[in-house]
Design a protein around this ligand. Structure first.
Ligand code: ZN
Ligand code: ZN
Length: 410
């Protein structure tokens, strides 16, 4: 398949927006200086995309699953599996995974600090003390993430994600006893309760915490799991479409989704997933990845952060930086590729959270039917030749554009 065009999907996280008062009703995309994004729209075919379905407020994880061609309603039970895969734990279909906090409790299991003083150092040693234990025949995998965060994976027969959280999600409350929500989850609930107790027994004696206490810092003396989810048994994107795919993202959650989907993760120095992310380093990585991969999938988190912060001015600046990065990619890529430029959901600065509005989409490359859209924004793209599509339609469209699809029928 050496000569087929490559596919580049660029997801600008939370890029879509709504009219902004301080911009006299324009959106940040409409306000931003973005000659390259406009060029992509002008030379390509545009449209709007509902990442999951019309009006559905998509999370980043469920949206990325949909855009990669999966049905999130069938395989998404919680964020845990994708967080776990994102921090580098090898998860397997059937594992049940959790997001966790290192927290501080008193001797009555009342939560004093849900984030253990936002502990930064020593969590790797704490995690190591918990990793590898076995409870009722279930294997426990445990790994630290950033700051007070960690992930827990349970592996064995008869596990279920349908349990309540141990984390009370508030301070001055007792750690919750985990309860099964379905009969099939009794074993899992018992294992998690046991794990939480064990974590207290082991961590309260741990040298890292002894040292914290001697400095007057809250000890990270318990682990509180939440967000249980089962790792889906899913075919890999590469096997489904006979393509070699890679993902570039600074966000653990998105890394996890891409890893579960079977994409190789390309780590980029300086790709932090924050506003300080090095977009040019990412652009260089994209150019390089296009040499060896058929599909390169990129997530740029920064617009979503501005949306959640309600910072319209910063969102405009971030879009200009994305424009520069895309200019670099278009100038320097040696391969022919079809580009899809879009977002995983709308995060309006006026709402500070995800909404169900469609996101703009531009597809650029050989063979596309150019339409009359001249600029890349939520209003102009709505008049484009792609019309309104769903996230699950995107990959099939790109596969046929690059001659990778089987004909349906004769
Ligand atoms: Zn997102
Ligand atoms: Zn978000």
């Amino acid at each position: 398949m050496g000569d087929l065009e490559k596919i580049l999907i660029v997801i600008c996280d939370g890029l879509g927006d709504r009219p902004v008062d301080e911009f006299k009703g324009k959106t940040p995309l409409q306000m931003a200086k973005k000659p390259t994004l406009n060029r992509i729209a002008r030379e390509g075919i545009c449209g709007m995309m509902y990442p999951i379905d019309v009006g559905i407020r998509a999370g980043s994880d469920t949206s990325h699953l949909a855009i990669l061609g999966y049905d999130p309603y069938k395989l998404y039970t919680g964020r845990g599996p994708f967080e776990a895969a994102g921090v580098g734990l090898e998860v397997k279909g059937g594992d049940v995974a959790f997001r966790c906090n290192f927290s501080t409790v008193d001797e009555n299991f009342v939560v004093v600090d849900r984030r253990a003083g936002r502990i930064k150092d020593g969590t790797a040693a704490l995690a190591k003390a918990l990793d590898g234990m076995e409870i009722e025949g279930i294997k426990v995998l445990f790994k630290e993430s950033i700051e007070h965060r960690a992930v827990l994976v349970l592996r064995g027969n008869g596990l279920s994600p349908y349990i309540t959280d141990a984390d009370p999600h508030a301070e001055n409350q007792k750690v919750h006893e985990v309860k099964p929500l379905k009969a099939e989850a009794e074993l899992t609930a018992r294992v998690v309760n046991q794990f939480v107790k064990e974590s207290y027994r082991i961590l309260s004696e741990h040298p890292v915490n002894r040292e914290r206490e001697s400095k007057g810092l809250p000890p990270a003396n318990i682990v509180l799991p939440r967000g249980a989810g089962i790792v889906p048994h899913i075919p890999k994107v590469g096997e489904l479409h006979r393509i070699k795919g890679a993902a570039i993202t600074g966000i653990a959650l998105v890394k996890g989704v891409c890893r579960v989907a079977g994409l190789d993760i390309i780590e980029v120095k300086g790709a932090t997933g924050g506003l300080d992310t090095d977009m040019m380093a990412k652009a260089e990585a994209v150019v390089k990845a296009l040499e060896t991969y058929d599909l390169v999938f990129v997530n740029i988190k920064a617009p979503d952060i501005c949306g959640h912060d309600g910072n319209a001015g910063e969102k405009v600046k971030v879009i200009a930086r994305i424009d520069k990065a895309m200019e670099y990619v278009l100038k320097n890529a040696n391969q022919n590729f079809v580009l899809a430029l879009t977002a995983d959901h709308t995060t309006p600065v006026s709402v500070k959270d995800h909404t169900g509005d469609a996101v703009p989409l531009a597809i650029h490359g050989r063979g596309v039917r150019k339409d009359s859209v001249r600029t890349f924004d939520e209003i102009a793209c709505a008049k484009g030749g792609m019309g309104h599509i769903l996230g699950k339609n995107l990959l099939p469209f790109l596969l046929q554009l690059t001659a990778r699809s089987e004909k349906f029928g004769s």
